[in-house]
Design a protein around this ligand. Sequence first.
Ligand SMILES: [Zn+2]
Length: 317
Amino acid sequence: MPPDPLTLAEAYRCEHRPGQGTIDAVPELPEVEALAADLRERGVGRVIERADVAEFSVLKTYDPPLTALAGATIVSAGRHGKFLDLGIRPASGGPELHLITHLARAGWLRWREDLPTAPPRPGKGPLAFRLRFDDGSGFDLTEAGTRKRLAVYLVTDPAAVPGVAALGPDPLDPEFTAQTLAGILAGRRTQIKGVLRDQKLIGGIGNAYSDEVLHAARMSPFRLASSLSEEEVAELHDVIVTTLRDAIARAEGLAAGDLKKEKKAGLRVHARTGEACPECGDTIREVSFADSALQYCATCQTGGKPLADRRMSRLLK
Ligand SMILES: [Zn+2]
């Protein structure tokens, strides 16, 4: 059954940080892909000493237990949408395990060559989860703020993670063709912005890259998905793939710590309200919602006509 179409406000609710505007380096497909590449390089072949949870709410599974990781070897690092997936061969020789992480909007992974030997103390700090290898290296999953949205799952089958099982096609999968995109958009009377970032329809694109894709496609974020012509769908497909591939290329070879900076530098309209559009020089505008915002260029995307901003209209009443 297809998921209910998200309204824009609903779609954005997950990524807003009150009082911090829209400047966000929320990990999306390119950053998670780069983290996976970094972990393939550094992590595969290492043997786990132990896993520690510093914030209990982040661990979403209990069977198998985290102690099953002791002595296990990392055999792969990959991605499903915005979920990071470490393939792990347990010491017991049982079925392969998957340590799956969703970094949510403010979570991050920090690789460390020299982790403290003492287990972390649960508390108010940013640390949520720690994986320590037998050579003393490892990584921390961190998230600022008291309420952790970051999620960790230990499963034998990635599809046991509900968010993974529900993912739409991956836009970088060779099977994601213009035809596939046409099928997703057909008959969908919702705004294209919300469709692009609905993980159940297409896996991996969030608020930032949907702004970037729509700007590159010169398309209004409010266009109805079902109203796109065949040529527009083909063009949009091309732009989605190019935008994500370019972002991955920029992130390639960067350590986890440099990815956020690179993402911000690489964005052309997202989180750039008030700056000049790099294509035409017009001022980049924003549409605010109760808990988020999108950015766009009126000259490039909406025939020069600014989109209604509900928050502004409310203030002017
Ligand atoms: Zn422009």
